[in-house]
Design a protein around this ligand. Structure first.
Ligand code: C2E
Ligand code: MG
Ligand code: MG
Ligand code: MG
Length: 289
């Protein structure tokens, strides 16, 4: 199959590339059916501040396969990206996320809730009609752009600073914010941080796992946070699993977190319940103090 990502994104050592051609074909067929048979679901992982308030959630795709059960994106996103199916799947994710948010807005959202963060694949972002599609979906669902954050990755920016930055500017005019995902793990230089109108920097889990104050890892994270501060970017740490990691991050000046310590990804109903419950417990704490 023809590569759709451009020559620079070819990776020989991507472990995910080791699945056989046969397996890939099966996944591709399965993905096609998944869309038609409504086998995709959105899950939501809370993002919290240092006062444990839920600021929003990252939208994470799940494939509920009729025989295999829940399949994680690590098993199929890269295949969908190469086959081009990610465009259709990604547009489905966007619309579904906006519709879910519209439903929650009707039921009532707490004031602490800021945004839903949605992952955008390189191929999806590079479609010529990407900006129009997103704006159309905002209109269709009545969601203010301010409640939407799009997560993009460093690798998608390799050759496309100018196109990427133009698209981002158009979407930012409608209030949408942009996060750089998995920061520090891609192939790009740091130069893009200066060129692109970013709002949020997500520190990759690989910098967070086992983080201890005054360690070498902490020195790197400290530089990342200082850089983000100077560029007026909000920092959020991914994959926070322990209280020690959380306190090391706080010591370094990071005050937004996402990870199993706070919550695993939840289905829509569970997430909304957790959101409401967390507001109630904050309120009763206030009343008791
Ligand atoms: P990501 O955007 O970096 O998302 C974070 C991943 O880390 C999620 O995996 C999440 O479940 C996992 N995670 C969160 N907290 C922890 C933690 O404390 N410990 C550990 N070990 N893991 C944690 P998930 O849901 O399997 O998604 C994997 C990747 O698939 C995502 O990484 C993202 O790149 C991609 N993805 C997910 N949904 C979509 C989507 O709708 N569109 C696109 N294009 N990509 C998606
Ligand atoms: Mg992400
Ligand atoms: Mg990430
Ligand atoms: Mg990650």
């Amino acid at each position: 199959r023809v590569k759709t990502l451009g020559r620079n994104s070819f990776q020989f050592f991507d472990p995910e590339m080791q699945s056989s051609a046969q397996e890939r074909l099966e996944v591709e067929k399965g993905l096609h059916q998944a869309l038609n048979n409504h086998e995709f679901e959105l899950w939501f992982q809370p993002q919290v501040n240092s006062a444990d308030q839920i600021l929003g959630a990252e939208v994470l795709l799940r494939w509920r396969h009729p025989d295999k059960g829940i399949i994680l994106p690590g098993c199929f996103i890269h295949i969908a990206e190469e086959s081009g199916q990610i465009v259709e799947i990604g547009n489905w994710v966007l619309l579904q996320a906006l519709q879910q948010l519209a439903a929650w807005r009707e039921q009532g959202l707490p004031e602490s809730f800021k945004r839903l963060a949605i992952n955008i694949s390189p191929l999806q972002f590079m479609q010529v009609d990407f900006v129009d599609r997103v704006l159309e979906m905002l209109d269709q669902t009545g969601i203010p752009g301010l409640q939407i954050e799009l997560e993009i990755t460093e690798n998608m920016l390799l050759n496309n600073f100018e196109i990427a930055s133009n698209k981002m500017k158009l979407l930012k005019q409608r209030g949408i914010s942009f996060a750089i995902d998995d920061f520090g793990t891609g192939y790009s230089s740091l130069r893009y941080l200066h060129y692109l109108p970013l709002d949020i920097l997500k520190i990759d889990r690989s910098f967070v796992t086992g983080l201890r104050p005054s360690s070498e890892l902490a020195a790197i994270v400290e530089v990342i946070i200082a850089t983000a501060d100077r560029l007026n970017l909000t920092v959020i740490a991914e994959g926070v699993e322990t209280l020690n990691e959380r306190s090391a991050l706080m010591e370094l000046g990071c005050n937004c977190f996402q990870g199993y310590l706070f919550s695993k990804p939840l289905d829509a109903k569970q997430f909304y319940q957790k959101l409401c419950a967390s507001v109630e417990s904050q309120l009763s704490e206030l009343n008791n103090s």
